[in-house]
Design a protein around this ligand. Sequence first.
Ligand code: FAD
Ligand code: SF4
Length: 514
Amino acid sequence: MTATLRPIFADQLSRGLVSLCDLDRDRDVVLMMEVRGEATHVPHHRKKIAFLFSAMRHFAATLSREGITLRYVRLDDPENSHSFAGEIARAVETLRPQRIIATQPGEWRVLADMRQWKTQAGLPVEILPDDRFLCSAQRFARWAEGRKQLRLEFFYREMRRETGLLMRRDGTPEGGQWNFDQDNRKAPPPGLIPPPPLSVEPDALTREVIELVARSFPEGFGDLDPFPYAVTPQDAQLVFEHFVTERLACFGDYQDAMLRGQDWLYHGVIALYLNCGLLDPLSVCRRAERAWSEGQAPLNAVEGFIRQILGWREYVRGLYWLEMPGYAATNALDAQRPLPEFYWTGRTDMACIAAVVDQTRRLAYAHHIQRLMVTGQFALLAGIAPREIEAWYLAVYADAFDWVELPNTHGMAIFADGGRMASKPYAASGAYIDRMSDYCGTCRYDVKKKLGPRACPFNYLYWDFLMRHRARLEGNPRLSMPYRNLARFEPERREAIHQDATRFLRAMERGERI
Ligand code: FAD
Ligand code: SF4
């Protein structure tokens, strides 16, 4: 008789997972499930589905080699009920376990579902906190208590002190400052060609999964080929090591750059591995720190990289569990527009959006500034409804799981939380995209034009956004400069901006090519 049933989800592929620690090889069964309900509750990118299913199958093979008993439900299993609850019920009926032990999932929706398992299965269900993060939910809640605004910088400093990463013995930060952003974020020089990330050749198991996904989701979003991603911890480690030796040194300098034909620039492309458990965040940070201490990479690059993982990644997770489920329901800017079709097709004359959507469709990847300042900023300025744009981000990126996607989109990109996370909306005119990318040179719109049919839409949408939300945003000290500029505009200019924005947004709503 089975003693304990231990379900493992697609983002829990770590051998050290808390719910696998006291596993009894003779009496326990690990349950893994490829269910259609999870693959389609938002229309996930096909490369993302293939990545996760292949990583799951490789993880299952590792457990089997260790002699652990597995119940692995494949997508094409005729008995598959295609939901977690249905598969738990089937496993309980067949295996008759005495209890269920699981690790907390990365999504509030799934946690709420799991809380019903006890009643449904008539068994004790223990949900253990996921300890693969550097800051527990309780630790974050303690830090957040009494703070009106939750600013990353203060949280990050505490995490540096706690872990000792990039800290001197006397408790001060290496290099004498916490943050080297003034040395980072350079505009890309013409002809910049970074070395590409290490690409991993798909093995037989991955090829089998790619074929399964192609058959099962023929109309799904996103290309399956090429498939360059690692699906085992060993290969993910090789990819990361290659990044450290070949690309980390320039990470900071070109962190915000965007170039056609250079999909990865100097980014790590490791979030997909960190988020499903193939890489460990602390080891990644320690390795980057060593690259600095051994002279392989400068401090501005290494500090910038560590801040993303030790700071941002931990911070958004803490915020998610602190604020959910109410957080997702806020809509501070009352954004109501449906998501335009071009987020899926890329058919728009805005060259920046077309390029990012095309890259996303090919790779299930775009880097932070593409997500924040192109597709995210457009959604903010155009007033796209939070649920619509959030479902898109959750679907299209291989690294997207609710705990990390939601705060980044809801809080950082579209300011739907009214400033709980970001001190101001990330809004800018087309000049920002022009400075940081080579997109504008090929665009039908003219980034230098402010008004009229050929003007860059980001230009008039930006000012119209500030006018529309004046009551809420004008008092924000970080927006005093643009509001002072706006106050100097002639009434005719303000009216012309509003007219152009209205014309453009109406055309978008009618589904016209814009
Ligand atoms: P790098 O640029 O190499 O950075 C290194 C690592 O730092 C990343 O792998 C990631 O683990 C971490 N990191 C960096 N920025 C963030 C951040 N803001 N929040 C959390 N971790 C961060 N990241 C996800 O992992 N999943 C998502 O679903 C996701 N959705 C996003 C949606 C929007 C609208 C925005 C603006 C950002 C989102 N991010 C998300 C954050 C960030 O864009 C990605 O982590 C990053 O682009 C992944 O690429 P990389 O591994 O090359 O990162
Ligand atoms: Fe994007 Fe405007 Fe530049 Fe075109 S001109 S690529 S719309 S920022």
